[in-house]
Design a protein around this ligand. Structure first.
Ligand code: DC
Length: 235
């Protein structure tokens, strides 16, 4: 009897491209661990804000932030069937999705010491396979030998519209679509141009532009890719 190998699956892409929902759904279907690496950078950003490490001009005071890093423990738990992010044991899931955290996260995620700490933790999560991780550098820096690498994209307007609707559904009535679009475009730029692990498609990644796809269609696309990969690996 052959046991099915438990794969390492890297889903990278632009902010609000829908990569998290497809990654989450695949992990659920396969019984794999799901890690939202963006949530980890968001949790560090929240800690930085709470400790006054974000300067008024938006830059990061690394003299405050760096000494905090060894004591920041980020983990995930399931609550009411939903995965939530824990920062030193506190459920910070809704706080890390706020516009304020979104506005500062790219600057925090651009710092080498922050990335090193997060990437080391992410490699431990994936040490035994059976993982779907989404982010910006999973196929390039975290799991360069992943069994499946997908690079997801959609137009900035499509992504901003999705994010805006998400915020509205969560009861945010103050943030405008223009602000969300501006945040998406600014984050794309910072993520693509930073010197530490910039957002870059891995050479061997498979592209998915989901601008015109429904959530079901993109889940199905990913499941078919998984099925093809498993058949190939087991031949
Ligand atoms: O996926 P997200 O929008 O929640 O990610 C939040 C920020 O974290 C995003 O601006 C870029 C950064 N990030 C990163 O630099 N590397 C990752 N692997 C994941 C996210």
């Amino acid at each position: 009897m052959t046991t099915t190998r438990r794969l390492t699956i890297a889903i990278d892409g632009y902010s609000s491209s829908g990569k998290s929902s497809m990654a989450k759904q695949l992990a659920r279907t396969l019984g794999y661990r799901y890690v939202d690496s963006g949530a980890m950078y968001r949790a560090v950003t929240l800690a930085a804000m709470r400790h006054g490490a974000i300067n008024p001009d938006g830059s990061v005071d690394t003299d405050i932030l760096y000494p905090l890093l060894p004591d920041l423990h980020i983990d995930f738990a399931t609550e009411h069937g939903r995965q939530v992010t824990l920062l030193n044991g506190e459920n910070v899931e809704s706080r890390i999705r706020s516009m304020e955290v979104s506005a500062h996260v790219s600057a925090v995620a651009a710092l080498g010491a922050v990335r090193q700490a997060m990437v080391a933790q992410q490699k431990v999560y994936g040490a035994e396979g059976g993982i779907v991780m989404d982010g910006r550098d999973i196929g390039t820096a975290v799991f360069p030998n992943a069994d499946i690498k997908v690079f997801v994209n959609a137009s900035a307007e499509t992504r901003a519209r999705r994010r805006y609707l998400e915020l509205q559904a969560k009861g945010d009535t103050t943030t405008t679509y223009a602000e969300v679009l501006d945040n998406v475009v600014t984050r794309d730029h910072i993520d693509e141009t930073r010197s530490e692990s910039p957002l870059r498609r891995a050479d061997d990644a498979i592209d998915l532009d989901n601008s015109e796809m429904t959530i079901d269609e993109q889940n199905q696309w990913l499941m078919e890719l998984y099925d093809r990969t498993i058949s190939r690996l087991q031949q």
